[in-house]
Ligand binder design. Structure first.
Ligand SMILES: NC(=O)c1ccc[n+]([C@@H]2O[C@H](COP(=O)([O-])OP(=O)(O)OC[C@H]3O[C@@H](n4cnc5c(N)ncnc54)[C@H](OP(=O)(O)O)[C@@H]3O)[C@@H](O)[C@H]2O)c1
Length: 181
């Protein structure tokens, strides 16, 4: 089971953007199956696009290359231990998280898009979670890390029911990291 650690990297630099995770997971924390999202929820996509429009994204190479991946029209920073295979104006490959944060240090807000490996590493560093809970128990091979509920406050929750276009109901939740005592 993955447990959350204390934030460290974000404190190493004076200048850092606000870091937000945006993700959707099932009740049993599944976020992906064979490099696909295990659901088709158009209104959840719309919510994702509304929140992240025009913002820079930080993501792992696997998620960036996923067939159903969404890319930022503005800026994509992709984590990969491999040498840069692509350099376009809106895509940069970086070898580690400190390198990514350095590259993004002039931004005000950065959305961490996943996948599982990147969520696990970035969870201790982020200030806010845009986390949709899909109300189903699903099979998958990629999981969202366990959240320590004592460290997070649910600030909004927007429920969406099942309809002709949505096979599962879901709740679009926003959590903020509680201030340390
Ligand atoms: N439901 C959701 O919200 C959501 C969102 C995004 C993704 N997903 C799902 O998540 C799954 C993919 O997750 P994943 O864990 O397999 O892959 P991932 O986190 O997307 O990417 C992993 C890759 O990123 C690179 N990487 C990660 N951490 C790094 C670090 N610290 N330094 C350098 N490189 C690093 C490595 O690339 P190299 O191998 O090139 O070194 C690694 O293999 C898919 O099923 C996808 O559909 C779900």
């Amino acid at each position: 089971m993955i447990m959350e650690n204390k934030p460290t990297l974000a404190n190493e630099s004076n200048r850092q953007p606000q870091l937000y995770i945006i993700a959707a997971m099932s009740e049993n924390r599944v976020i992906g199956n064979q490099n696909h999202l295990p659901w088709h929820l158009p209104d959840e996509w719309k919510n994702f696009k509304k929140i992240t429009d025009g913002k820079p994204f930080l993501m792992g190479r696997t998620s960036f290359e996923a067939p159903d991946a969404l890319h930022s029209s503005y800026r994509n920073v992709v984590l990969s231990s491999r040498a840069a295979s692509e350099e376009k104006s809106d895509v940069a490959y970086v070898k580690d998280i400190p390198g990514a944060l350095a590259l993004l240090s002039e931004e005000t807000e950065v959305f961490v898009l996943g996948g599982a490996a990147v969520f696990e590493q970035m969870l201790p560093l982020v200030q806010k979670l845009y986390l949709t809970i899909v109300h189903a128990e699903l099979e998958g091979d990629a999981y969202f890390p366990v959240i320590n509920q004592n460290e997070w406050e649910l600030v909004t929750s927007d429920y969406h029911g099942i309809d002709d276009e949505h096979q599962y109901s879901f709740s679009m939740n926003v959590y903020e990291r509680k201030m340390a005592d």
